[in-house]
Design a protein around this ligand. Structure first.
Ligand code: MN
Length: 290
């Protein structure tokens, strides 16, 4: 099942949840379905809500043409957005780093999240803006101390995330957080594909294009720490909650790996495609004046 957050063009402030079936969206806030319009609340409602959403696709619930709605970030207000660094062997090699012994984690501030089609902004303070195409997990259940063998059961599904990074600001602090957290630098979407439709997340093709130029072309089987090991490691430390986003690292081919580097500039379009998950596309624009 493909779960979306969307708005209708004539009421852009009312965010609803839906299920995409072919080229239509089934409105989960239709009174006959009556599920929460906020994706985090929907996920908190658990398996019963997922089952009800699935039933809605075979009911008379309200349907809208997909091209008549505007998709929003699938989880508009995640409580956490975490990213793992240096998690693809070929990416570690291109950065010149050494293969990490322990998982390298950083925060992206939750305010950086944007949806499909929203503009990635080039901030006034830097021109070193880079893309990182990534598979991201969306947590479906409040949990702590989850063994890797059980981790799939706490993941609601997967989405595409562009871990946009301002390189000079990334290196200013060992936590990387500032360079990872500029507003608009967390594009996610277009939807959450439930785990049952993705199967093994470690055998998916991932491709990133900038203006049609293929920059990243890899398989998730190049991950050093698996998705399930990541859930185990993070949940050793803190509670994971429904809607939390965990981004699983980027493969080789980021802009800084080229000589000279190929930073994003005004007018670019970044497109990330992950097998069985979906395609996320965002334009790049200069940060508007305050
Ligand atoms: Mn990354």
């Amino acid at each position: 099942m493909r779960l979306v957050s969307f708005v209708e063009r004539d009421s852009p402030s009312v965010v609803r949840t839906g299920v995409v079936v072919d080229d239509v969206v089934v409105d989960l806030t239709d009174p006959s379905v009556a599920l929460p319009g906020d994706m985090t609340d929907f996920l908190v409602a658990g398996p019963a809500a997922i089952e009800r959403a699935d039933d809605a696709t075979r009911s008379g619930a309200r349907r809208l043409a997909l091209d008549q709605v505007r998709l929003r970030p699938p989880v508009p207000h995640p409580a956490k957005v975490l990213g793992i660094g240096l998690n693809y062997a070929a990416h570690v090699a291109e950065t010149g780093a050494t293969r990490p012994e322990h998982q390298v984690w950083f925060n992206k501030q939750r305010t950086c999240v944007i949806g499909p089609g929203d503009a990635i902004e080039i901030p006034r303070v830097s021109g070193q803006v880079d893309y990182e195409g990534e598979l991201a997990m969306v947590i479906g259940r409040r949990c702590r101390h989850v063994p890797a063998a059980d981790a799939a059961s706490v993941v609601a599904g997967f989405t595409v995330l562009n871990d946009v990074t301002v390189r000079d600001w990334q290196w200013r602090t060992p936590t990387w957080t500032l360079g990872k957290s500029f507003d608009t630098h967390g594009p996610t979407g277009p939807w959450i594909v439930t785990g049952d439709e993705v199967g093994d997340p470690h055998r998916l093709g991932l491709r990133t294009w900038v203006n049609g130029d293929l920059r990243q072309d890899a398989s998730t089987d190049d991950m050093i720490f698996s998705c399930w090991e990541q859930v185990e490691y993070l949940s050793t430390v803190f509670t994971l909650e429904p809607g939390d986003i965990i981004s699983t690292g980027t493969p080789a081919g980021v802009g800084m790996s080229f000589d000279p580097p190929r930073w994003l500039v005004d007018g670019d379009v970044v497109r990330i495609e992950i097998d069985r998950v979906g395609t996320l596309e965002n334009p790049v624009a200069v940060e508007p004046n305050p």
